[in-house]
Design a protein around this ligand. Structure first.
Ligand code: HPA
Length: 288
């Protein structure tokens, strides 16, 4: 039974619709595979080929799932892939949708809720981000310690579906300290330099102005990007244990001496993809 609180008629209708959509997407996936993933992974820029080295057990294009949001960004393939990594059953998202593509924020986080409905307890979010912290160089990696998401609407706005999580979720510790500790220890053993910091999400698709970056810096942000924080909010609401890893693909606007381009982002993520892949394996191992 769906229990709704804080309802208005239209909001309630929309939330019944959303809950129904999550269930229908998960039910469709269940007609293809009965694998119950322990860990869900969102593959960001440069990591799409990670699954080439895994034995794919099932693969479901987003386009086959009725009502599922489909990415319009070049280079973001859209499919779920099920595979075992170090004996952990994983569901990968090869490609994600972004708020700037024009989807409602609740649709942007729908895939996270679907993976949760399939059974995933852990969520690993990866992305490319602009470096704000003056210590960062393109090609560095940052584990998310926390995030700033209040420049976007919350994906939890609307009547709460109590099956998914509580109305007012605590956000004091979104990114699991225990998993971060394990990942940092393992990365150090592998000689991977891993920073830790605060990620700030903008709506995009435009990059920031230098004045915005100065403001973000004053607010305590170490890196900026156009994804991830809203996904973490939905996953935290649903009780998942979360890890976030950013590849610093460029210096943020005003810090960089050159104009920002998508090409620079993909060039950097390509250059360091072996290390990014290794870090992802370490992160998946931490969820064993
Ligand atoms: N700003 C916002 N998003 C980004 C950036 C950036 O500098 N680099 C990669 N994604």
């Amino acid at each position: 039974m769906v229990v709704l609180s804080h309802r208005t008629d239209t909001a309630t209708d929309r939330w019944i619709e959303m809950y129904d959509k999550i269930k229908k997407c998960a039910d469709y996936i269940r007609t293809i595979t009965d694998i119950v993933p322990k860990t869900a992974v969102v593959l960001g820029s440069g990591l799409g080929e990670y699954i080439d080295a895994t034995e794919i057990l099932a693969s479901i294009p987003y386009g086959d799932i009725k009502g599922f949001p489909i990415s319009t960004v070049a280079g973001h393939m859209g499919r779920f892939v099920f595979a075992n990594v170090s004996e952990v059953p994983v569901v990968f998202m090869q490609g994600r949708v972004h708020y700037y593509e024009g989807y409602d924020i609740t649709d942007v986080v729908l895939p996270i809720r679907v993976m949760r409905a399939l059974g995933a307890e852990y969520l690993i979010l990866t992305n490319a981000a602009g470096g704000i912290n003056p210590v960062f160089r393109p090609g560095d990696f940052m584990l998310l310690r926390d995030h700033i998401s209040c420049f976007l609407p919350s994906p939890l706005i609307g009547s709460n579906i109590d099956e998914l999580g509580v109305r007012f979720p605590d956000m004091s510790s979104v990114y699991s300290i225990a998993l971060r500790d394990k990942i940092k220890a393992e990365a150090a053993k592998c000689d991977i330099n891993l920073f830790e910091g605060v990620y700030l999400q903008t709506s995009g698709p435009n990059y920031e102005t230098p004045a915005e970056i100065r403001m973000f810096s004053a607010l305590g942000a170490d890196a900026v990007g156009m994804s991830t924080a809203c996904e973490a909010i939905a996953a935290n609401h649903a009780g998942m244990k979360i890890v976030g890893i950013s590849c610093i693909s460029n210096l943020a606007a005003g810090i960089s001496k050159t104009p920002l381009t998508h090409e620079e982002v993909t060039e950097t993520t390509n250059r360091v993809k072996q290390t990014f892949k290794k870090l992802l394996t370490i992160a998946i191992d931490s969820t064993k």
